[in-house]
Design a protein around this ligand. Sequence first.
Ligand code: NDP
Length: 297
Amino acid sequence: MNVLITGASGFIGSALIRHLLDTDRTVIGLSRKPEPLARRFGNRIKTVDDLAKIDADTSIDAIVNLAGEPILDRRWSEKRKQVLYNSRLDTTAAVIKLIQRLNTKPTVLVSGSAIGYYGSQPDDRMLDENSEGRNGFTHKLCADWESRALEVQRLGVRVCLLRTGVVLGHGGALKRMLPPFKMALGGPIGSGRQWFSWIQLDDMVSLIDFLLQHQVLSGAFNATAPEPVTNAEFSKQLGRVLGRPAILPMPAFVMRLALGEGAELLCEGQRVVPVRLQQAGFEFRYPKLDKALAASL
Ligand code: NDP
């Protein structure tokens, strides 16, 4: 199987490349700066800096579309929100153009989305894939990103959408959270009652592979572990795994000053459960947070 990955240099993309190479698949990685990617994986992968440069005769069996500007790197101004939106929608449009050009179409597109699809949900309701999204920027971003990816269905391509929770692994969001916790300055954000839906990186990679291989599966999948926790519980368990107290609350207004509207991702939350993956028989290696955190530090 030859798999094209957009966002190949990223946190999830790199882990996926390692897994696919280890299991005898071949990879084409898209990166705007492909040299570091090529250095990292050597001649075991092909790299490309523009999908338009891929020849129409290239054999691509599957595409995993993960590219997008980092969500929490900067404060969300109106301009930044447009950059977050365009980077995802434009790359997906380029994927569609590529599929239209390819002489042999891939059989499947696994495309990114996020639990932000559901928007901020102030109550304790469990959200499955049929739950309605609430209005707001993250809902619009994810809903439009999903709709665009679904356009390739009319070309006969199966589409699976990844409504991804916070991915825990070496790097990613956890890397940013760790410094205060390591100095015993960590703690719950705001009230701590908001839900935190997470997934360990190994499970994220395995479920992408599961969706690539299970030809009967399509549509949206919550890519989250079966047991989301409150933010207070997450802080407590992270402190415990690190052997540090985690009791200093981070006031919500400080997060809002730092991140603007983006603070809603941390100060508010959603209790998301992976109903469709579990119905399809996917087994999580890390269903519980304590073991997931231990494997991620
Ligand atoms: P990273 O930020 O680690 O990687 C994103 C990739 O997107 C990079 O490899 C980068 O490639 C590419 N990229 C960045 N900006 C642009 C741009 N303007 N145009 C085209 N490509 C761009 O993300 P993750 O691997 O963590 O996540 C992958 C996807 O999953 C993202 O879209 C993210 O929003 C989503 N997601 C991730 C979660 C997480 O916790 N990690 C949670 C929920 C959703 P290069 O610079 O090499 O071109």
